[in-house]
Design a protein around this ligand. Structure first.
Ligand code: TYM
Length: 337
């Protein structure tokens, strides 16, 4: 059931349609969304408006929206149990972002870590959208009056800004927005690159052997895991500072199997990294092989993807309309119909 009941908590989160989802997106995000969609009223957005802040090809963006939605569904998001929507289809996200931008200090945006990071990578295309990105993200969240926002560790600062903006708006215009709580999973909130375990796993990593995609062939997954960077020691022990590679593999194993770090340390005591990596590969392949199969089936059926989005868009727009009427009234905008 994904009807809008008054007493169920509302969960909202989004991901950019950047093509293939990697294991970080899966463990830090989508896997938890599936669990939440069983209990709460959930809105999961494919945020194509965010994706145009960096150079892109329009035809690829469309393809990526289909692929991304198919991957969500393949991971277990059932359009009957949650609302999958496409950000640019919903009227209100950009409008609320403008209003929030007018109460957001410029300095706060300039201090955002992800902005500084992206700005240094896209010096030749430093558009204002990159700076304004967190305000649009705040709008994505507040416009659904979400109680909980499940995200990976890297989005924490953006959620803090969202909470600040909600509080500012509420104190300037009277109570309107709920102050959303982030939900950052204990295991899997920060999956690192297998090749450079000090940086997060990412699609834009120049060394693609460090990134495990959820649609990778099992043989490719195994190969990437077996060649993951570790250290010159041979002890399987969780120690981010000194054993970043091994700790990352332990996080992956723990998030997928539910085993604690202590359990994993005990299981691999006296065994080498080869055995450990093979066990990690088994867990990853077991978890992702069915996702890949399902993805191949769903992505071959465009209509199924379109009808999932059409249904989710409708529910999302209904919820957004209610909140935006309130916001327009409070800020002094008029509607003549
Ligand atoms: P995006 O598209 O980069 O990532 C989607 C989700 O995946 C999480 N994630 C990770 N978790 C663990 N380890 C990693 N290596 C890793 N990489 C990514 C992210 O934390 C995120 O939860 N700005 C957002 C999209 C967004 C959004 C929103 C999110 C737009 N509006 C409103 C929540 C609510 C982003 O770029 O995520």
């Amino acid at each position: 059931m994904n009807g809008e009941s008054e007493n169920r908590k509302v969960v909202l989160t989004c991901a950019q349609p950047t093509g293939k989802l990697h294991l970080g997106n899966y463990l830090g995000a989508v896997k938890n969304w599936v669990e939440m969609s069983e209990k709460y009223e959930c809105y999961f957005g494919v945020v194509d408006m965010h994706a145009i802040t960096i150079p892109y090809v329009p035809a690829d963006l469309k393809k990526n929206v289909y692929e991304c939605t198919a991957q969500y569904m393949a991971c277990g998001l059932d359009p009957e149990k949650c609302n999958l929507f496409l950000q640019s289809s919903i009227v209100g996200h950009a409008e609320l972002a403008w209003i929030l931008g007018c109460i957001c200090p410029l300095g706060q945006l300039e201090r955002m870590t992800q902005y500084k990071d992206k700005a240094s990578k896209h010096k030749e295309n430093l558009n204002s959208g990159l700076l304004y990105y967190p305000v649009l993200m705040a709008s994505d969240i507040l416009i659904y009056n979400a109680d909980v926002v499940p995200v990976g560790e890297d989005q924490k600062q953006h959620i803090e800004l969202t909470r600040d903006l909600a509080q500012k708006f509420n104190s300037r215009y009277s109570d309107t927005f709920k102050i959303p709580e982030p939900y950052i999973p204990q295991a899997g909130a920060r999956i690192m690159s297998l090749q450079t375990p000090t940086s997060k796993m990412s699609k834009s990593d120049p060394n693609q052997n460090g990134t495990l995609y959820i649609t990778d062939d099992p043989a490719v997954l195994r190969k990437k895991i077996m060649s993951a960077v570790t250290d010159s020691d041979s002890e399987v022990r969780y120690d981010i500072e000194n054993k970043a590679g091994v700790s990352n593999l332990m996080s992956i194993m723990s998030a997928l199997s539910g085993k604690s770090f202590d359990d994993i340390e005990t299981e691999f005591k006296g065994k080498g990294y080869g055995d450990f990596k093979k066990a990690v590969a088994d867990v990853v392949v077991d978890a992702l092989a069915p996702v890949r199969e399902k993805f191949l089936e769903i992505s071959a059926d465009k209509k199924r993807i379109e009808s999932a989005l059409a249904k989710g868009n409708q529910a999302a727009q209904r919820r957004v309309n209610r909140l935006m009427s309130k916001v327009y009234r409070k800020v002094g905008f008029m509607r003549f119909e």
